[in-house]
Design a protein around this ligand. Structure first.
Ligand code: 1CP
Length: 343
């Protein structure tokens, strides 16, 4: 068995100190990230330049010695590889050519052609698997189909995912066809990341919380389960983390229904509740509120200890409940790491 702590936790081992990494650990709160990003020019050039993408992935590992590195890329690269144009408006966020009709879904590229666009991402993974310290686990990732579809349908981020919900109600056939295209392409995309050296993969379903009732089962649980089953058939034993953000009660049984080895938790659930209802069926990841990386101090130390304590009796990977924000103080991250490791 591997001695990498993240892999041990993912296999269900209860460790005396939880392994730790952080969502968006390579990001704008780090001066060295801002410098490399300036060198790349814009965000997408950074994603598609393997040496620079590998460099920013390594920066938080050098600074904090996190137990895992997450490939630097974005969930929107896969839909871009399917054809729609993608760009980032400065200070606003992503914009994408929309896919809202059956004709547009049919016009998407075949999944065999995505690798033409995505090959630099696989090269970044290969560089990282050579350059990471031997104790650090390399995590690859993709967006889950529902979350990716919300951007493809609206052409941008939105608070309520209204455009995707509207298409789901008005034209279920088109909506389901789009989910299927993304699901199949995601399997191939993640499979290439694994072949290039990713040791774990994570599915980000950032907007899972807006799917209710049967929709949650049909569009968060089922596509995730399909991706996991297909990946496991190709890569037996591959550890997989799923993040159905803000799933609430939907977290209960999510690992069992999808086959994920670990469920990542956001801050809408308390660690005590999650230990009792989610960690009972396997490894969990999370869930310190990212705000503490901005505010720091005694509250950071107290809340960090609370998370560690609540999950102490089961397999746990320490993380934030969502990505660290650009206004965070790098010193607070160091304090969190020290508190997790030294108590
Ligand atoms: O200006 C910059 O430097 C861009 C900021 C940024 C960064 C650092 C974006 C734009 N993406 C990323 C990297 C990124 N995105 C990673 C890299 C690995 C890491 O360090 O964690 C990952 C895993 C993502 C995943 C991602 N992108 C998600 C899912 C996770 C989440 O945060 O909920 C989503 C929803 C995106 C879309 C996206 N990309 C970028 C932004 C600002 C957004 C959100 C847009 C919105 O909905 O408003």
């Amino acid at each position: 068995m591997s001695d990498k702590t993240i892999l041990r936790a993912l296999k269900g081992e209860v460790l005396p100190t939880p392994p730790i990494w952080m969502m968006r650990q390579a990001g704008r709160y780090l001066p060295e990230y801002r410098a490399t990003r300036a060198q790349a020019g814009d965000f997408l050039s950074l994603c598609y330049t393997p040496d620079l993408a590998a460099e920013v992935t390594l920066q938080p590992i050098r600074r904090y010695g996190f137990d895992a590195a997450i490939l630097f890329a974005d969930i929107l690269l896969l839909p871009q590889a399917l054809g729609p144009k993608l760009w980032f408006e400065t200070g606003e966020g992503p914009r994408m050519e929309t896919t809202t009709t059956m004709a547009a879904v049919k016009a998407l590229k075949s999944k065999d052609l995505i690798h033409e666009t995505l090959s630099p991402v696989y090269e970044t993974v290969r560089i990282l698997s050579r350059e990471l310290p031997r104790e650090t686990t390399l995590i690859g990732f993709a967006g889950a189909p529902w979350t990716v579809a919300t951007y493809m349908i609206a052409g941008r981020g939105s608070k309520d995912q209204g455009a995707a919900h509207a298409l789901k109600s008005a034209d279920r056939e088109t909506f389901s066809a789009l989910i299927d295209v993304i699901t199949e392409a995601t399997v191939d995309y993640l499979s290439e990341q694994v072949k290039a050296g990713a040791e774990v993969v994570k599915l980000f379903d950032s907007w899972a919380g807006s799917l209710k009732g049967a929709d949650f089962e049909d569009f968060a649980v089922k596509p995730t389960a399909r991706i996991i089953a297909a990946l496991r058939a190709r890569h037996p034993g591959l550890p997989i983390i799923a993040f159905p953000r803000e799933a609430g009660q939907g977290y209960i049984g999510f690992a069992r229904k999808t086959g994920a080895d670990c469920v990542a938790l956001d801050n809408s659930v308390t660690p005590e509740w999650a230990a009792a209802h989610v960690q009972v069926s396997g490894c969990v990841q999370g869930n310190l509120a990212p705000e503490h990386m901005v505010t720091g101090g005694e509250a950071l130390v107290r809340e960090t200890r609370k998370v560690v304590e609540a999950f102490r009796n089961g397999p746990h990977i320490f993380n934030l409940g969502h990505g660290i924000t650009p206004d965070a103080d790098p010193e607070n991250v160091a304090l969190m790491v020290q508190t997790v490791r030294n108590g």
